[in-house]
Design a protein around this ligand. Sequence first.
Ligand SMILES: CC(C)(COP(=O)(O)OP(=O)(O)OC[C@H]1O[C@@H](n2cnc3c(N)ncnc32)[C@H](O)[C@@H]1OP(=O)(O)O)[C@@H](O)C(=O)NCCC(=O)NCCSC(=O)/C=C/c1ccc(O)c(O)c1
Ligand SMILES: O=C(O)CCC(=O)C(=O)O
Ligand SMILES: [Fe+2]
Length: 364
Amino acid sequence: MAPNIADQFNVDSSALTDFVINQGNGVKGLSELGLKALPKPYIQPESERMCMSKIIPQHKESIPIIDLSNPAEPTVAKAVCDAAEKWGSFQIVNHDVPFEVLERIQEATHHFHGLPAEEKHKYSKENSGTINVRFGTSFSPKAEKSLEWKDFLSLFYVSEEETAKYWPPVCRDQVLEYMRSSEVVIKQLLQILMNGLNVKEIDETKKSLLMGSVRTNLNYYPICPNPELTVGVGRHSDVSTLTILFQDDIGGLYVKGNQGEDSWIHVPPIKGSLVINVGDALQILSNGRYRSVEHRVVANGTNNRISVPIFVNPRPNDIIGPLPEILEIGEKPIYKNVLYSDYVRHFYRKAHDGKKTLAYAAVA
Ligand SMILES: CC(C)(COP(=O)(O)OP(=O)(O)OC[C@H]1O[C@@H](n2cnc3c(N)ncnc32)[C@H](O)[C@@H]1OP(=O)(O)O)[C@@H](O)C(=O)NCCC(=O)NCCSC(=O)/C=C/c1ccc(O)c(O)c1
Ligand SMILES: O=C(O)CCC(=O)C(=O)O
Ligand SMILES: [Fe+2]
């Protein structure tokens, strides 16, 4: 690599934007230039970086691992509801999504991100034929003071026709297979969580609120020259009801400890498991009983990492607020009713900022 490229990117941030965003090279392209130092726009303020003193050792605390082989067992239901209340995050093992499906989505994620830049660029905001398919980098580059070391392909499912026409052929079938295979487990978990709120039936209205739309992201975190200076993904909670997350065996996902302080717990990769995160929409619907989990991803200096979250959401046109069953028993609403697409738009228009998106729906 010519060292002057890194220097050029440091003095001319438009050259960096041009290379990473406009030419579609992403941070994967930057990583492959063999940069010796992290370009300045990726340097995060110290408050946003992870350091060892913030990490709670695994033997002291870890999020629950729940065996779903007998989902009808009362002990399983209790474990799921307790985890959603206490942590907002848990891992599931012996679930219904076949191991081979996870292997295929992992391979397809590498295939997509391994395409030449000009191929991936066809799916950028400017070039993609639909707003529901987007290849991007960082989270919301125009809104961020410091960029994130991540590329992603984001696929919002609308119809088979749109999928056939606009989704990248290298990963289309594998994403659809992963989405479909996860439906059973999504329904099992949501049913358990609703029972825990005394909501007995998931009728059509609730089905829409809880799982009316689905977005799948194929995340790629390339090897980073100075991983300690940047982040893979900054602190945030998802705006979903639930997120079903496949991660490969590299590690690097952290969830916030539940004592309120700035301490973080690693989510260790477990072969065949899925991470389940409670998102803001479920926190709002449950009037704060289930809590969305704040989480972040560190950058890695030696390995490329992938993850594939399925964000299970209300429909964009749904109004979300505390469920009537909760208010009927006399609970005071701590969230107001908001249009879900307004909530998501608010989330997307700012940099990751912990759980601040929720203030948008809070009762004044
Ligand atoms: C979200 C809206 C309302 C946005 O519509 P619209 O007003 O047309 O906004 P837009 O102009 O397309 O986008 C506005 C900005 O949002 C950001 N944005 C839009 N889509 C995405 C995307 N898929 N990924 C990242 N940012 C996005 C960009 O910053 C946009 O600005 P610009 O780059 O275009 O200048 C619309 O697309 C919609 O109704 N979608 C369906 C609802 C939906 O998406 N639900 C999914 C919720 S779950 C979910 O989306 C979770 C995402 C997530 C979480 C953590 C991460 O770290 C991460 O990377 C991603
Ligand atoms: O990569 C991960 O493990 C988590 C990614 C994430 O939090 C997200 O895409 O919302
Ligand atoms: Fe997330």
